[in-house]
Write a protein that binds this ligand. Structure first.
Ligand SMILES: Cc1cc2nc3c(=O)[nH]c(=O)nc-3n(C[C@H](O)[C@H](O)[C@H](O)COP(=O)(O)OP(=O)(O)OC[C@H]3O[C@@H](n4cnc5c(N)ncnc54)[C@H](O)[C@@H]3O)c2cc1C
Length: 811
């Protein structure tokens, strides 16, 4: 074994092997994979090998497409067969809600270039004669589904990597990883040590243990998973004979079942409601390629549905039951990327669908390492979506929940109940007293809406029980004044003699004067959006940044990576050490005036002014004249011990103005009628600032800043895509995001978010289309948005529905 390498990949499952191959594709030859036993000795060897392109997140779906398209390539490069059977597949719905979900996937599939098609139940039966069609409400056909051989696939990745110069060492265990002060690593193995520039944790079932070597507690947990293989079935032989093909893959969502042909019989796997974690705390190092004891009883409930939905199984003998563990992150998506605070340490673990995802994971990670950026939008699998709050016990509860609902519909208004409440603000009980229905905002509880006694959220793709109440909250804000929680925002304090110089290099905006705020796009080196932040200058050497709460770990990783090492700038994520409230609406200034002796008139306290030291009621607060409602409004920031006192002061003063609480749903509705975008929806690293309509906040005339070249080019050449809004002729279902946008009968774009604008009384959708389709006559063109399988007429909305001249907001 060599003593030095550019990269050491720990773990030779399908993920490690793919990462290794992709590094060689980037031209990195001095790369080594270390595997404690033989390749595939973790969860990989006993996988069912099924793969498909469908994923709730369109960016992950694209990476799944990429993975499947890669199989031919690795066979050719390595000379090793992956055992590919592209059988095609059917996704089956047995309830109206699941049928609606399939329709929404079809709409998404159109702009992703997926060839999924909805088929009638007669067609479904023709394609898959094993079904009892009376049990189903609809089906979707997917030509890109099938299975591979896990052993062959892993060896094909590893073999291809070796052809590219990589080394693979089996029967070698990594015992420790030790950082050197220069950011390189000593990888200690039982066969000698390697000094490596980079380390990648692809430890699969042992990813936690490998992480613990550097003090990391990764949010992954293995679950026992079972599938059975039947004896040969005459029905299978008949299908093979009459079609000349293998039986199609099938996913029966309502039975939580997947199945495919295995030799002359069928393989059927289940996701039980009450799955069992495996090795909840520590994974034993002596666990080899062995199976766990099977437990038919656990599968019984799912099999009961399976026997009804697929009657041929009732007579089939069971040849074998496989029970093996594999890992999940709390939301079921992979954990990929660099780790905040650890130089040159990377992870690619928690991959629960290795044969659909390993290729995409390898591609993203190798780009990230070689180019400093994954080259695509990987937010849905970025390790940084979880903060320190994702403890081992939290992970345990969420992974079990996720496993039990693996194939279940998640409605757009549905909040998942497990592991709650985990983080709360001091206002939590007060909001509940006022009738708040709480939402889980990255583990922090925040009001979604306020319900009268006895009214509950009913989960649906359609407008639901909250509709009239959210409307009332919106009206209260627009006609008077509302009060809401803002602690879900991320807040950062930046201090130091070089704070301003550093921020001006980090952010694309002009740095505001002291006492002022600005919107602050943050770009990556390619000039794409990695943050839609607000920046306030509190003093000569003190700034505050406000951003999306979900992005806190992601942004801190970026900030810290670019921080000067000479100590002249300090940045701290304030987290829940700073809590917030906002008041908004035309009477919000009157309320504020009653609780302070400072001049808050329009002249003295202008739009985008920021006061870092102001007493409100009895409370020391920072306050900005800004509001995401797009109305006159104020955001106030106080220490947590003051949040309730601040609320009481504003609430009491607001009574004569009819103050009402409003929740996150009303806030989004109000922001939408101003066509404001949000992080991870309209603002993502696949968009440039000019495409995203944030170009006016990019100051190309100032000093050089990260992403300047890309932004300047985008401006000069004109954005290729443009963010636009549409008023939709919706019925009782609004766009929610990921729907296809049609122009004159052709799919041209996609929706990023949508919903009802209660004050404007219109359904609005925001999305992206190619700029070239927005030429003359675009407003008159036939625009349509496909919602739940129906083409809904849409009208381009070129200015905000509310206050287009911003008189209210700035007044
Ligand atoms: C019953 C079952 C059915 C499945 N069916 C499917 C399916 O149909 N389709 C699908 O896509 N996925 C399926 N999966 C999931 C799939 O197996 C996983 O997504 C995939 O195996 C994850 O691969 P990995 O490389 O991340 O992890 P692993 O396969 O666990 O690989 C990790 C490797 O790292 C090695 N290692 C760990 N620590 C060290 C160390 N310190 N030093 C050296 N080596 C180390 C281990 O020995 C192991 O080989 C199934 C899983 C099971 C259990």
């Amino acid at each position: 074994m060599k003593s030095h390498a550019q990269v050491v990949v720990i773990g030779g499952g399908v993920v490690g092997a793919s990462v290794l191959y992709h590094l060689t594709k980037k031209g990195w030859r001095d790369v080594v994979l270390i595997e404690r036993l033989e390749l595939t000795s973790g969860s990989t060897w006993h996988a069912a090998g099924g793969m498909h392109t469908v994923n709730g997140d369109p960016n992950v779906a694209k990476l799944q497409q990429y993975t499947i398209n890669l199989y031919k390539e690795i066979e050719e490069v390595s000379g090793q067969s992956v055992g590919l059977h592209m059988t095609e597949g059917l996704m089956l719905a047995a309830t109206p809600a699941r049928w609606e979900w399939l329709k929404s996937i079809r709409s998404k599939g159109r702009y992703l270039g997926m060839q999924v098609e909805l088929v009638s139940l007669d067609e479904a039966e023709k394609l898959l004669p094993l079904i009892d069609k009376r049990q189903f409400t609809g089906a979707m056909y997917d030509p890109i589904q099938g299975h591979v051989d896990p052993y062959g696939t892993t060896h094909a990745f590893a073999g291809s990597a070796k052809k590219g110069g990589a080394e693979v060492h089996v029967h070698t265990r990594v015992m420790d990883t030790k950082p050197r002060t220069d950011g390189t690593w000593d990888v200690i193995t039982d066969k000698g040590n390697i000094h490596a520039e980079h380390v990648i944790n692809c430890g699969g079932l042992w990813a936690r243990e490998v992480g613990r070597m550097v003090g990391l507690e990764l949010p992954v947990l293995a679950m026992e998973h079972q599938y059975l293989i039947t004896e040969d079935m005459p029905e299978v032989a008949e299908i093979n004979k009459t079609t000349g093909k293998m039986v199609l893959h099938a996913v029966d969502f309502d039975g939580e079942i997947y199945m495919r042909q295995e030799r002359g019989g069928m393989l059927l796997g289940t996701y039980e409601k009450h799955g069992i974690p495996w090795s909840a705390k520590d994974t034993p190092w002596d666990f080899g390629p062995t199976l766990l004891p099977d437990d038919m009883e656990r599968m019984a409930e799912n099999l009961e549905v399976g026997f009804r939905h697929f009657p041929a199984f009732q007579k089939a003998g069971i040849k074998k039951i496989i029970n093996g563990p594999f890992t999940f992150a709390p939301d079921g998506n992979p954990l990929v990327g660099p780790i905040r605070g650890l130089k040159n340490y990377w992870v690619a673990c928690g991959v629960m669908a290795g044969f659909s995802q390993a290729g995409g994971v390898g591609l993203a990670l190798s780009n990230w390492m070689a180019d400093g950026d994954p080259g695509m939008d990987v937010w849905a699998m970025d390790i940084a979506r979880f903060g320190k709050w994702a403890t081992r016990s939290y992970t345990n509860v969420k992974v079990r929940e996720n496993y039990g609902r693996r194939f279940r519909v998640r409605f757009p208004n549905e909040e998942l109940p497990a592991a709650r409440p985990l983080r709360t603000t001091p206002m939590y009980h007060k909001w509940l007293e006022l009738g708040a229905v709480m939402g889980d905002s990255w583990s922090l509880e925040a009001p979604l809406w306020f319900a009268p006694a006895g009214v509950k959220d009913e989960f649906s793709f359609h407008r639901s029980t909250d509709f009239p109440h959210v409307k009332a909250e919106c009206k209260a804000v627009r006609n008077g004044v509302g009060i809401a929680e803002t602690s879900t925002f991320a807040k950062y304090e930046v201090t130091g003699v070089n704070a301003e110089t550093w921020l001006s290099h980090l952010l694309a905006c002009k740095i505001p004067k002291e006492g002022r705020m600005t919107l602050a796009p943050m770009l990556n080196h390619a000039g794409k959006l990695i943050g839609d932040l607000s920046l306030a200058k509190a003093g000569p050497e003190r700034f505050y940044i406000f951003g999306s709460g979900a992005g806190e770990e992601y942004h801190m990783r970026w900030f810290e990576r670019h921080l000067p090492t000479d100590g002249t700038v300090k940045i701290v994520a304030l987290g829940q050490g700073l809590t917030g409230l906002t008041i908004a609406g035309p009477k919000s200034r009157d309320v504020l005036a009653k609780v302070t002796d400072e001049d808050v008139s329009a002249k003295a306290f202008r739009f985008m002014d920021f006061r870092p030291n102001m007493e409100i009621g009895m409370v020391p607060a920072m306050i900005g004249r800004v509001s995401f409602t797009g109305d006159l409004g104020f955001e106030m920031w106080v220490k947590p011990e003051h949040q309730v006192a601040l609320f009481t002061a504003l609430w009491n003063a607001g009574q004569e103005f009819g103050i009402r609480p409003f929740g996150g749903r009303a806030l989004l509705s109000l922001a939408r009628e101003k066509s404001f975008g949000t992080w991870a929806r309209e603002f993502r690293p696949i968009y440039g600032p000019f495409e995203a309509d944030l170009g006016r906040f990019v100051d190309l005339s100032k000093n050089d800043f990260i992403g300047r070249t890309g932004a300047a080019k985008e401006k000069e050449e004109g954005p290729k895509r443009t963010r636009v809004s549409f008023v939709v002729d919706a019925s009782d279902a609004d766009a929610i995001g990921d729907e296809a946008v049609w122009k004159d009968g052709k799919v041209v774009g996609w929706i990023t978010s949508g919903g009802y604008c209660h004050h404007a009384d219109k359904s609005l959708a925001i999305g992206y289309v190619p700029t070239e389709v927005l030429g003359a006559g675009a407003e008159k063109a036939k625009w349509e948005i496909e919602i739940l399988g129906e083409m809904r007429k849409a009208q381009l909305q070129l200015e905000p529905l509310f206050d287009p001249k911003a008189g209210r907001m700035r007044g």
